[in-house]
Design a protein around this ligand. Sequence first.
Ligand code: PXP
Length: 267
Amino acid sequence: MPPGPIWKGYSDSLVFNAHPFPEHPVPTRLGVNIDHVATLRQARGTHEPEPVAAALLAQSAGAHGITVHLRADRRHIQERDARLLKETLAIPLNIECAATADGLESVVPVKPAWVTLVPETREEPTTQGGLDVLFLHAHLRQTIRELHASQIRVSLFVDPQADQLKMAAKLEADAVEFNTGVYADLAPGADPATELARLREAARLGARLGLKVLAGHGLNLQNVGPIAAIPEIEELNIGHSIIGRAVMVGMERAVREMLALTNAGLA
Ligand code: PXP
């Protein structure tokens, strides 16, 4: 079945350029980042909207995983959210956190399927750039060991650079998530060819090194196609665009629209 029928029923001004990506060996999984739902709740300090409800809607719409970022400043997701998500979801939970003692202390007891280690500063509006795996290698080796000892798989959020990937593999990370921020932030009309070539080459190297290859940051309905078409990229983590769209059309429809463009395996 081509991806068309998933979204065909919705009349909307968006133009979808859905591809079946026949060259893609496996369906591209979609991890939905629901941090922004918690941001909205925290803006009023009340109980709504409920991030767990949003995650369950994403799951019923076909999301393959849910991602949350448990930030040190707890600006959106709280430990309570992480615990409830782990208890209620049938799909894997991925928690992003800084590779700090405090980060691990909050995340390990939740026992998510995955932890993604990210750089984190209090000043940034969202994650900026990838981890410097080379610089941090000794510390990351220990952190990865601790997470593995708790049966938690580890992904490292990195820029698509060969030396970072080689070190990630040496440290026995299970996956790398490529920062697609540079690609996503290209000026309108700029040629994405160089950035896409960089991502494609890094994806090939990552897979050769035995790493699971993921990607995310700044992806939306307009720019996700060429990234979802990269055969070695197994999973995309997308938040801002899906939650922004969900405000307009509802969570399930927003997830289905993204799946129609990313999930090559629907064919
Ligand atoms: N991947 C990582 C590591 C992130 O930190 C974020 C943002 O929280 C995302 C993916 C999702 O990015 P966006 O919200 O721009 O889709």
